[in-house]
Each structure stands twice: as structure tokens, then as C-alpha cells.
Design a protein around this ligand. Structure first.
Ligand SMILES: Cc1ncc(COP(=O)(O)O)c(C=O)c1O
Length: 379
């Protein structure tokens, strides 16, 4: 998983020293402009001081209302069957589906894992594109199943006809099809018409896992969520997360939306390890659309500015519908990444076969300035 990528001690100390040095030049820099996100990073903390642009996190963290709800939930720390903020009902209501259509997990990462456990056996296959959120393909390997990874088209979009054709070819062995939209790491979304084409044209007994982790950042009117297909009784599982727009990656809550018979099968494999704080915090997050809008507006403003600046330097950038973008550096991503780390900026990782492209997550305004300064120095 992105968020678990570690730092080597050497890179960490070198990068943090550079970051602290940089911040020293700007002692008054306020990391967060708004009172509605009370969480503050400490500039004297090595980890906090790095510009975190490598894991598509939301740098502002939970909103004031979410923090208050979580504070109120500490009192359940020693309990098992405590009041849980009616989080399952809150999620179901948010999507207009009955409660039995929801399965929660410790992050949507657990949901992806549970889908693998439910639908894959040794020898079975998952079909999806590469690069995509490859955790799904790693699960397949762990289950002695196989990932059939299809290349992106020349414009870096996913080829729905190729997915359909491949699924038909391997029909009997296919455990499920994985569609990540918008896709990570490219940031490119699949249109509603293409998703419909996929759902309508693969064999109907093959489930499709549609990973909508970045749903909240999409502007393209041609994109739509696939949740309505669940209510139509289609064989789809939608994965969502509180890690991105709601800024709760470290707290771990994600969920699946699917038909109740699918949810029942999946439940056999889920751990149910969701903590009291995130249950209450997530219920509050769903009732805080102003904070969500602020994160959306701020993230997109900063992404558009960064993309324009990067393009002005002559780099090609893929059209992103997310809180990150991918740029063609023409140099090995590993090399560029190391150069950034020396400057206190954690950025990207390898996404084969796009090894000379760099994925850049959108951080705070101050972090993006450090990214641009670093980019100009490195290139
Ligand atoms: C496409 C996609 N799906 C799922 C996840 C897992 O997120 P989480 O387990 O925090 O919900 C990520 C995390 O980066 C992601 O990019």
C-alpha cells in the first residue's frame, strides 16, 4: 500500500534536515490556512517536516467537526460493544442504499483484500490494467492466483474493449475484473459510458471491483459513480475510502457497496477491525460537506497551478481527475525521487512500466512550492 512505503534512515535524516532548513527560511509559514482543520504538523519533527507528496494523502487531516467527534469517542477505548455513531447507517444513507449493501473494512485496502479472498482460488485470474493500484495484483499472487495486466492505450486511458475481450477469453478462470477509476497512478478517469460498456458486455457471472478511492476529486462530467449499478442488482462491488478527501488515512476506514448476497459472501473474510475513533469521526465527516468542499477546492486549485507550472517547463502531464498528477520526466523515477528526497521532498515511486514518469501528490501550498523549487533545481 502507498501509505506503508518506508523511508530509509539515511534519506530520512538528509531530507528532513533539508526540509527543516527550508522551513527555517520561512518561519512564519502557516501550514494550514483554515481553522476548520485544527491538526498541525510540528516543524521540529523530522517526519512532519518532509513534504509528503508520495502517497496521495490529504495533507489537512480531519476537519474540526471530525476531531471533536473522535475526541468524544475516546471514552469507548476500553469497550467492545460500544455505541458506534451509527456509522454503517450513516454510510448507507449517504449513498441511498440499504444498510445490508455495505461492508466496512480497515481502509478500502482491506476491502480489496476481501474481494480477492472471496473470488480468487489458486489458478484463477484477476483482470485489470497496468499501471494501476497494484495491491490487488499482489493479493492475487499471494493467493496463488494470477493477474492478467493489460497495457494502457497510447493516451494512457484504459481499453475497455481489451478488458472485455480478455475476460471473455479467460471466462471460466476469471475471479473478478478490477477497474480503478480515476486510475492510480495515472489520475485518468474512465467515462460513465465506458464503465457501462464494461458492465454490460462481460459475462454476467464475473464480478467487477470498481475502485472509486479518488471519486471525490473528479470534475469531468463524463465520469459517474457506479453505485447505481449496485441498486440495479448488477454484479459490481464499489470500493470507497475515508483516507483521501476526508483526510483519515492513518485511522483506517473504507467500505464496499454491493448487493447483499455479495456482501454476505465477503463478510466471511473481513476482520471487522475498525476502531471506535474512526467510526465516530467518519460519521461526522459525512455530515461536514463544507470541509469536504474546502479540501476539493484547495486541492484542485493547487493541482492546476502545479500542472500549469510543470507544463510551462516543457514536461508532459497526464490529465488528472485526482489529488495527484503524473508527469513525464524522461529520467528514471528512482533517480528523480532520490534527488527530491535530498531536498526534503518525498515524491512518487516506481510504477512499471512507466518508469520514467513521476507521480506527484498534491500537498499544502507550501509543500507544492518546495516541489517546484526542487524540480527547477533538479532539471
Ligand atoms: C486506488 C486506491 N485504492 C485503494 C487504496 C487504499 O486506501 P485505504 O486502504 O487507505 O482506503 C488506495 C490508497 O492509496 C488507492 O490509491
Amino acid at each position: 500500500m502507498d501509505g506503508k512505503r518506508g523511508f530509509s534512515r539515511r534519506q530520512f535524516v538528509g531530507g528532513a534536515a533539508a526540509a527543516i532548513g527550508y522551513m527555517g527560511l520561512k518561519p512564519t509559514a502557516e501550514l494550514y490556512a483554515e481553522d476548520r482543520f485544527p491538526f498541525r504538523r510540528r516543524l521540529d519533527d523530522e517526519y512532519d517536516a518532509l513534504a509528503h507528496l508520495s502517497s496521495n494523502e490529504n495533507p489537512y487531516g480531519p476537519s474540526q467537526k471530525v476531531m471533536e467527534a473522535m475526541e468524544g469517542a475516546w471514552k469507548y477505548s476500553m469497550r467492545y460493544g460500544y455505541p458506534d455513531g451509527d456509522i454503517q447507517a450513516a454510510i448507507a444513507e449517504h449513498h441511498g442504499v440499504p444498510e445490508d449493501h455495505i461492508l466496512m473494512g480497515a481502509g478500502s485496502g482491506e476491502i480489496l483484500r476481501v474481494v480477492g479472498l472471496t473470488y480468487m482460488d489458486p489458478g484463477s485470474k484477476v483482470i485489470g490494467v497496468e499501471p494501476s493500484y497494484s495491491t490487488v495484483y499482489r493479493h492475487a499472487a499471494g493467493l496463488m492466483a494470477e493477474a492478467i495486466t493489460l497495457p494502457l492505450m497510447e493516451d494512457h486511458r484504459q481499453s475497455i474493449p481489451l478488458m472485455i475481450q480478455t475476460t471473455k477469453t479467460h471466462h471460466r478462470e476469471v475471479g473478478f475484473v478490477y477497474l480503478c477509476t480515476p486510475n492510480n497512478p495515472t489520475g485518468v478517469s474512465v467515462t460513465a459510458a465506458e464503465t457501462k460498456q464494461l458492465i454490460d458486455n462481460i459475462p454476467q457471472d464475473v464480478p467487477i471491483l470498481i475502485d472509486e478511492a479518488y471519486h471525490h476529486f473528479v470534475e469531468d462530467p463524463a465520469y459517474e459513480t457506479s453505485v447505481p449499478y449496485v441498486l440495479d442488482g448488477r454484479n459490481v462491488i464499489i470500493a470507497r475510502t475515508f483516507s483521501k478527501i476526508y483526510g483519515m488515512a492513518g485511522l483506517r476506514l473504507g467500505y464496499a457497496i454491493a448487493r447483499p448476497d455479495i456482501i454476505r459472501r465477503m463478510r466471511e473474510y473481513s476482520t471487522g477491525t475498525i476502531n471506535a475513533l474512526v467510526k465516530h469521526g467518519a460519521a461526522a465527516a459525512l455530515k461536514d460537506p463544507e470541509a469536504e468542499k474546502w479540501v476539493f477546492d484547495t486541492t484542485l486549485r493547487l493541482r492546476k497551478k502545479a500542472v500549469a507550472d510543470v507544463e510551462a517547463m516543457g514536461f508532459e502531464v497526464l490529465p488528472s481527475e485526482t489529488n495527484f498528477f503524473m508527469m513525464h520526466t524522461g529520467r528514471p523515477a528512482a533517480e528523480v525521487r532520490n534527488a527530491f528526497r535530498e531536498k526534503g521532498v518525498a515524491v512518487g515511486r516506481d510504477f512499471p512500466p512507466m518508469l520514467d514518469w513521476l507521480r506527484v501528490s498534491i500537498g499544502t501550498e507550501e509543500e507544492m512550492e518546495r516541489f517546484m523549487t526542487g524540480l527547477k533545481e533538479i532539471f
